[in-house]
Design a protein around this ligand. Structure first.
Ligand SMILES: [Zn+2]
Length: 181
């Protein structure tokens, strides 16, 4: 980890993070307007990893504290919780433990605010993603699974899923939780 440094995520990282997100999760994963909007309405909890030599952002972990949205999870939730939106690491920097380090830092912070963590992942049916394996190692538990979760939306909004390509997206959405309180 000595060649990288962990920093708090801030608006100065918006552009670079969008490039990484769209590269790794599909070209329309998130826009500047969307991330900017989320930043204004939510309390961000995020970390970035910056390469010491190039000063480039090479990975990030993004979520919110004091989150209250319910509809996307389809299950009972505490009044306020931490939502772990995503962890992403630039492809050429995989396998260096960066994602693990980001998750550990994120959990530490959630522990400080004493809120349970919820996260959603999207996967092809019958597969387990690297992210899910990482969550399981950190005592996250699978709460529910929703098949074809984005099918309708992908056709309306015509978004291209990184896993399915052109719509419809037939990915499964899984909800994970980690008890903090
Ligand atoms: Zn898909």
């Amino acid at each position: 980890m000595s060649n990288y440094q962990l920093v708090s995520f801030s608006p100065t990282h918006f552009y670079e993070s969008i490039v990484i997100f769209n590269q790794e999760f599909g070209k329309d994963y998130i826009s500047f307007e969307e991330i900017d909007k989320q930043y204004k309405i939510n309390t961000f909890l995020g970390y970035g990893v910056v390469d010491n030599a190039s000063k480039e952002l090479i990975g990030l972990c993004l979520g919110y504290t004091n989150y209250t949205a319910e509809e996307q999870f389809k299950l009972p939730l505490p009044k306020e919780y931490v939502y772990l939106k995503s962890i992403v690491v630039r492809r050429d920097c995989h396998g260096k433990g960066i994602g693990k380090r980001l998750l550990a830092e994120f959990i530490k912070k959630a522990d400080e605010v004493r809120q349970d963590i919820f996260s959603t992942v999207w996967v092809k049916e019958h597969t387990i993603s690297v992210f899910e394996k990482m969550l399981a190692k950190s005592q996250f538990v699978l709460c529910s699974e929703h098949k074809n979760y984005w099918q309708e939306r992908s056709m309306i909004e015509k978004f291209e899923c990184e896993k399915c390509g052109s719509p419809p997206c037939t990915c499964t959405m899984r909800v994970y939780a980690k008890k903090i309180q």
